[in-house]
Design a binder for this molecule. Structure first.
Ligand SMILES: [Zn+2]
Length: 392
């Protein structure tokens, strides 16, 4: 009679999420996994996963050990990119690791919101997150609407956008396909269109691009603490001094973007400005980013619009963490709000107008339907291009 193999005795089953430290090692240790086993898992993991860059608090782990506390199986699901889970399995004496790539499903949604006080509140009242507000403010309308100044109660924003799902689980926002802002100060239609050469941009109804030379602000939409003014009482100097820039209150370490493409002319300490970056742009423009905690560019380096040049800090003459941003034209500081006035926008080539018109009519049609019916899923589509694993 053949011997029936004994079923492997599963002694330990661990399911947990990484704590604030974001450490796989500490999490496994807290469950009593022996050091040698943690080391073996770490070695297998390193073949498919960059723990230093990719682990985050909240990432999910699952582990099965036998009665001798030998690891049989380990699974890791990154909270930001759950479509790329890691599986480690014991095969004989060895732990084998593999990383999956699961296709996300994109669903298209349409909503329309009416603004009471600010855009962020209107979007969250519609059940959507701040990440969607950031897409609208920073990317779609980043050069044409100043959401600190141009927004009035009763303005309407219509959106057609995609949400990406892993099964039934919402993972992240995909793309904003259409945004229609109908305001008392500014009104714009933004239609996303990718031409046959692969250039993807937002265009107004007549095919004029919404891109301009400058972004209206150098970081994610947050509170502005002090505007450009010729007179202001200075809290440290205790006298009226002009404030020839804009202060953005933000947490230390917040990314600071180049507002236009250019070349780094200063990257270092500059008196009261503290750690400062200065960029030179075409047509006699310069921008300055002051009080930084860290500088991430070198003098002479070329930068593109939205490249991160440094991190918010409180170096130099600053009472707290904020970014002091200056826009300089032909040697004197100007109000950044006026920068794109008169800037000639690119126009979509007439060769693409027919395809663009079709896309516009389709998307506007989806949005107009929401005025008659409540928000709903419009269509399911398999994710065409899975997002690359982003570095933090
Ligand atoms: Zn300032």
């Amino acid at each position: 009679m053949a011997t029936v193999p004994l079923p492997i005795e599963i002694e330990h089953h661990i399911a947990d999420t990484l704590g604030r430290d974001g450490s796989i090692y500490l999490t496994l240790k807290s469950h009593g996994v022996p050091e040698i086993e943690i080391a073996h898992v770490g070695q297998a993991l390193a073949r498919v996963f960059n723990a230093q860059r990719e682990t985050h608090p909240g990432d999910a782990i699952m582990m099965i050990l036998d009665s001798l506390k030998t690891v049989l199986r380990f699974e890791y699901s990154p909270s930001r990119y759950p479509e790329y889970p890691v599986f480690i399995e014991r095969v004989g004496d060895e732990l084998q690791a593999r990383r999956d790539s699961i296709q996300l499903t994109d669903r298209t949604w349409a909503i329309e919101v009416v603004i009471e006080d600010n855009l962020s509140n209107a979007i969250s009242a519609a059940g959507e997150g701040d990440a969607l507000t950031d897409l609208i403010v920073d990317y779609v309308f980043g050069s044409v609407i100043d959401f600190h100044r141009d927004v009035r109660r009763g303005d309407r924003l219509g959106l057609v956008f995609t949400r990406s799902y892993l099964g039934d689980r919402f993972v992240r926002y995909g793309q904003v396909l259409l945004a229609r802002y109908e305001g008392q100060v500014e009104s714009h239609l933004a239609v996303q269109y990718e031409d046959p050469m692969g250039q993807q941009e937002y265009y107004e109804a007549d095919g004029t691009s919404l891109e301009r030379m400058f972004l209206l602000k150098p970081m994610v939409f947050r509170r502005i603490s002090s505007r450009f003014t010729r007179q202001r009482f200075h809290p440290i100097l205790k006298r009226n001094v002009p404030h020839l820039g804009t202060d953005y209150a933000a947490a230390t370490g917040t990314d600071v973007w180049a507002t236009a493409q250019g070349r780094v002319t200063v990257a270092g300490w500059n008196g009261g400005y503290g750690k400062m970056v200065e960029l030179e742009h075409p047509n006699g423009y310069h921008t300055r980013y002051a009080h930084l905690s860290r500088i991430l560019v070198r003098k002479g380096q070329r930068v593109s619009k939205r490249d991160v040049v440094g991190k918010v800090g409180a170096t130099g003459r600053a009472t707290g963490p904020h970014l002091h941003y200056e826009l300089i034209h032909n040697g004197s500081q100007i109000d950044p709000r006026s920068v794109n006035r008169g800037d000639e926008a690119r126009v979509l080539s007439p060769a693409y107008h027919q395809a663009f018109e079709r896309q516009k009519r389709y998307l506007v049609g989806l949005l107009d339907d929401t005025r008659r019916t409540p928000p709903r899923v419009i269509a399911d589509a398999a994710h065409k291009r899975p997002a690359a694993i982003a570095s933090p």
